[in-house]
Design a protein around this ligand. Sequence first.
Ligand code: ADP
Ligand code: MG
Length: 327
Amino acid sequence: PQLANQIAAGEVVERPASVVKELVENSLDAGADVIEIDIEKGGSKLIRVRDNGSGIPEQELVLALSRHATSKIADLDDLEAISSLGFRGEALASISSVSRLTLTSRTHDQSAAWQATAAGRDMHVDVRPAAHPVGTSIEVLDLFFNTPARRKFLRTDKTEFSHIDELVKRLALSRYDVTWQLTHNGQPVRRLKAADSAEQRQKRVAALCGRAFSEHAAFIENQYGDVRIWGWIVQPEACSAQLQCQYSYVNGRMMRDKLLNHAIRQAYGEHLLADQQPAFVLYLELDPRQVDVNVHPAKHEVRFHQARLIHDFVVSALTDALHQLTP
Ligand code: ADP
Ligand code: MG
C-alpha cells in the first residue's frame, strides 16, 4: 500500500505548495476560520498547518492517514481513473508516504488531543495523547526525504516559498471570512484578519495586491438575472507590468479561465497599450447548475453552459465600469 501511496504522491505532491494546498483545503472542509501556516526552508524542512476546525476523533486518526490507499489503486486502469479524479481521499496518505508527518487533533467533545505520526514507506502509525486546542495541526517534515529524485527537483527555498505565498494570496482572496497567518523561517509574512465589512475586504486586497493596485482600483458590481460580478479593476492608464494582480473566481473558486480572460481583455480593449496587462480581482457568481467546475481540476478551467451570455455580460459590465473610470 505504501508504494501505491508514493505513486499517488507523485500526482498530489508536486512541490511544497501542493502540500499546503491539500492541508489548507482540509482545514477549510473542517470549517476552520483561523488557519496558520508555518514554513521552514521553502517547505522542504517544515510545513505546518494549524486550524481551529472540527478536529479528527481519536479513532479516526489512523483512517485519515490511510484512507482509500489500497482499494483505489488495484491496477493501471484504476490508476488512470484516479488521476482524472484528482486522487480524492488520498492526500494525507500520499503526503505521509514522502515525508515525516505528525497529525495532532482534538474535537470539541474530547478533553484531550491525540497525535499520530507516520513516516515514509514503512508507515507505522503511532497514536498517543497530546496537548492541542480544538482543531488540527499537521506537521510535514523533510518532504521527499525518501524520494531523492523528487527532492532534487525542488527549487531554491525562495522559489518554493514564493509558490506557497502565491497560493495563500489566492486563498485569502477567496475566503475573506478566514483569518490567515503565514510565516517563513519564523518571520511573519502575512497576517490577515477575517474581513467582514466592505472596507476590511478592500484592506485585504490592498495588503495582498499592493498599494499601487489599491490606489488605482475601483470597486465594481453588476448583475444580470442571477449572474453577478463584483470586485476591483484597475483603471487602464495605471496598468503596468509591476501591477501583477490578476485573480478571477467563479463561485468562490480561483480560475484561470480562457473565456473570462478573453472577456476581461476585450473590455480593456483599446484602453491598453501593447505592454500593459489588465489588473483585477473579480468574482463571478452564478447558479452552480450553470457551470461545470470539474472539467480540469488542475487547470482551473470551467465550462459555462451559457458561455456566450456569460462572456457578453462580463464584457459589458467591465466596459461600463471602465467607461466611468476613464475620462
Ligand atoms: P479527503 O480530504 O479527500 O477526504 P485527505 O487525505 O485530504 O482526503 O484527508 C483525509 C481525511 O482526514 C479527511 O476526509 C478528513 O476526515 C480528515 N482530515 C484531514 N485534515 C483534516 C483537518 N484539518 N480537520 C479535520 N479533519 C481532517
Ligand atoms: Mg483533502
